[in-house]
Design a protein around this ligand. Structure first.
Ligand SMILES: *Cc1c(COP(=O)(O)O)cnc(C)c1O
Ligand SMILES: [Zn+2]
Length: 409
C-alpha cells in the first residue's frame, strides 16, 4: 500500500483530522485522501481479478487483515448496441453498478470505509441515507460485527432498500423531512457522541473505494479512456470519486487522457446542474426537492465543491431530466438491453438522450453511462408502468379465454 495522507480539498493544508464531521479544522473545507503518485510505476496488479481490492496499493488501508469484503466491484461494462442504435450512438456502454453485493455502487465505498473503521478500532457506525448507503452500511457493519445506526427520511425510502436495512439488523431512525434533515441530525449525533463514526460521503475513505469505478472502466476498455462518462448526481460523491480515479490513472501513466464528466440531476432536485448552467461557482440549495428517483432526491449536496471542480476540469457539463424522462429511460434500458436499474440510475440514460438531442454529444464518441443501483430496489415503479406492460389476466382456463389470449399475443 502506497503512502497517503488526509488533506483539505480547499486550502490544501493537512489539518488535524476531525472525525466528527470530516471537515478541515482550519477552513471548514472537505477532506480528501492524497496519494503521492508522482513518478510512481503502476503496481503489479494485472493478474488479479477485477474488483475494488485489485487496486489495494492505492487504497488507504494499512494492512490486509483489516479488509472487510463481500466481493464488491468487478461489475459489467456492457456494450449497448440496441439502445445505442435507438439513440444514434455508435459506442455506448453501461457500467452496471447494480451488480454489487447489496445492489448499488455504495458497496465500493463501504468496503473501504468499514475496513478503515475496523483499522481505527471503531465499534459503532452511523449514516444518513436515502436508502442505498443505509442498505450497504447495514450489510458491511453486520459483516464486520459492528453496531449500525441509519437515519432515513420518514416514508421516503424505496421498499427494497428498507427491507435490506431491516434484514441486516441496523437500528433505524426515521426522520421527518428529506435526506437533508436526516443528514443534519446525523452530523449533530456524531458531534454529541464521539464513539459514533460517520459513514456518509463526507467520509473521504468511502470516496477512495468509489474511485475504483474509474479504474475498472479504464481496465475494461484496455486502458483506452472513454470520451464521456455520465453519472446521476445526488450528494456528488460518486462523480467526484470517479474523476479522482481517472486522474490517478493518468498520474500513474496508465491512461493518457481523462474523460469529460457529465452529471445528471432530477429537474426538481438539481442545485448542481443549475449552478453549472448559470456558470456559478457555488450552489443554491433546493428546499423540498422532488423526484421519483429517491436516491438523488437531495437539495443540499455536501460534495458540491468537488463536483463543480470535476466538471470544470474535465470540460464536462450537467443536465436535468424530468421524472417521465427517467421512467422512459428505465424501461428502454430494460427492454432493449436486459439491464434493470432503479430510477436514479436511469437518469444517466435519460440525460444522455437529452444531450444527444441537443447535439452536445457526438454519435461516434465512446460513452459510458454509469447505472448506480439495481431495479429491484424500488418495486413501487410497478404502479407507474403502462397497463399494456403489466400483462393480461386469465380469469378461467376455458377455451374462449385461452382463444382471446392467443389473439393478443
Ligand atoms: C447514492 C446514489 C446516487 C447518488 O450518488 P452521489 O454519490 O450521492 O452523487 C445515485 N444513484 C443511486 C442508485 C444511488 O444509490
Ligand atoms: Zn482547509
Amino acid at each position: 500500500m502506497l503512502r497517503h495522507k488526509l488533506q483539505c480539498f480547499d486550502c490544501q493544508r493537512e489539518p488535524a483530522a476531525s472525525e466528527a464531521d470530516f471537515r478541515c479544522t482550519i477552513c471548514g473545507g472537505l477532506l480528501e485522501v492524497k496519494f503521492d503518485l508522482k513518478g510512481k510505476k503502476k503496481p503489479a496488479w494485472d493478474h488479479r481479478q477485477l474488483s475494488v481490492w485489485k487496486y489495494r496499493e492505492i487504497l488507504p488501508i494499512e494492512n490486509e487483515e483489516s479488509i472487510v469484503s463481500l466481493a464488491e466491484g468487478g461489475t459489467g461494462l456492457h456494450r449497448c448496441r440496441r439502445l445505442g442504435r435507438e439513440l444514434g450512438l455508435q459506442k455506448l456502454y453501461v457500467k452496471n453498478e447494480g451488480e454489487n453485493p447489496t445492489g448499488s455502487f455504495k458497496d465500493r465505498g463501504m468496503t473501504v470505509a468499514i475496513s478503515k473503521a475496523k483499522e481505527l478500532g471503531k465499534k459503532k457506525v452511523l449514516c444518513a441515507s436515502t436508502g442505498n448507503t443505509a442498505a450497504s452500511l447495514a450489510a458491511y457493519s453486520a459483516r464486520a460485527g459492528m453496531e449500525c445506526i441509519v437515519l432515513v427520511p420518514k416514508g421516503k425510502v424505496a421498499g427494497g432498500k428498507m427491507l435490506q436495512v431491516t434484514m441486516h439488523g441496523a437500528k433505524i431512525i426515521q426522520v421527518k423531512g428529506d435526506f437533508d434533515q436526516a443528514f443534519v441530525t446525523a452530523l449533530e449525533l456524531t458531534k454529541r457522541r464521539r464513539e459514533l463514526y460517520l459513514m456518509n460521503s463526507l467520509n473521504p475513505y468511502r470516496l477512495e473505494g468509489q474511485k475504483t469505478l474509474a479504474f475498472e472502466i479504464s481496465d475494461q476498455l484496455d486502458s483506452k479512456t472513454p470520451d464521456t462518462v455520465i453519472l446521476p448526481v445526488g450528494n456528488g460523491g460518486n462523480i467526484s470519486a470517479a474523476w479522482k480515479g481517472f486522474t490517478e490513472f493518468q498520474q500513474l501513466s496508465i491512461a493518457k487522457t481523462r474523460p469529460r464528466m457529465i452529471g445528471i440531476q432530477a429537474e426538481k432536485a438539481s442545485p448542481i446542474a443549475k449552478a453549472v448552467k448559470r456558470r456559478e461557482n457555488k450552489i443554491r440549495p433546493v428546499h423540498n426537492p422532488q423526484t421519483i428517483a429517491t436516491a438523488i432526491r437531495i437539495g443540499s449536496p455536501v460534495n458540491w465543491p468537488k463536483v463543480l471542480k470535476a466538471i470544470k476540469e474535465s470540460k464536462g457539463t450537467a443536465e436535468t431530466v424530468t421524472d417521465s424522462e427517467i421512467l422512459e429511460a428505465q424501461r428502454q434500458l430494460a427492454t432493449l438491453e436486459g439491464i434493470f436499474v432503479e430510477p436514479a440510475s436511469a437518469a444517466s440514460i435519460a440525460g444522455l438522450k437529452k444531450l444527444k438531442t441537443n447535439r452536445r454529444v457526438d454519435p461516434s464518441e465512446t460513452i459510458v453511462c454509469v447505472t448506480t443501483g439495481h431495479g429491484l430496489k424500488d418495486p413501487s415503479i410497478l404502479n407507474r408502468l403502462p397497463k399494456s406492460q403489466t400483462g393480461y389476466s386469465l380469469e378461467t382456463s376455458d377455451q374462449t379465454s385461452i382463444d382471446n389470449i392467443e389473439r393478443a399475443l
